[in-house]
Ligand binder design. Sequence first.
Ligand code: 5RP
Length: 221
Amino acid sequence: MENGDMSKPGLQVALDFTALSPALNAAALLAPHVDILEAGTILCLAEGMSAVRQLRKAHPDQTLVADLKVADAGETLAGLAFAAGTDWMTVICAAPLGTMEKSLEIARAHDGDIQIELFGSWTLDDARQWRGLGLVQAIYHRGRDVKGPGWGPKDLDTLKALSDLGFEVSVTGGVTSDDLPLFRDIAVKTFIAGRALYGAADPVAAAQSFRQAIDAVWGGR
Ligand code: 5RP
């Protein structure tokens, strides 16, 4: 796809704090400068669904993600997350299809959505089965504990293959604004950044740098 055919990617902040108060402070600072707020896996494990509830309360109109990376008990965990006010919830790619199906059922009952978190081993055949369940969102993730080179042609080829299957793909894992031009030929839905935003000396300026990089590559669409 030519990048002229693409809409402009969004920006999401992953709030990966180990306590609620700094997460709420970072959200208050960054919410006007990002499209989506994420209760990060770390925050959800540290504070439970009260993190989702408090973020929803403070930001009633902003898209909110609960990054639970659910692997089992989809119905119960999605029930907790959507009752707490999330719009979207993540399910890990290693989860059984039944977990994805049940999670999606609960998400839809709340007018929400499920994002498949792509981490570790999975195949395009798996991805076709996820599409068969009706899943449309996938998050391509380089884990923070993964050693080795940064983003490369293999990542870009995989992202293109996912797009060709009809997935809306978001990209995350140590992403900085300097990385964004690498993705110029990919229809990225959202760039998800944590430490590069809330961990910056000036988080608002960091968000603005992401926006400028997005505008520079994808234009003002
Ligand atoms: C960790 C995550 C993070 O939220 C995601 O990787 C973004 O964080 P960072 O930009 O700090 O790497 O899902 O499992």
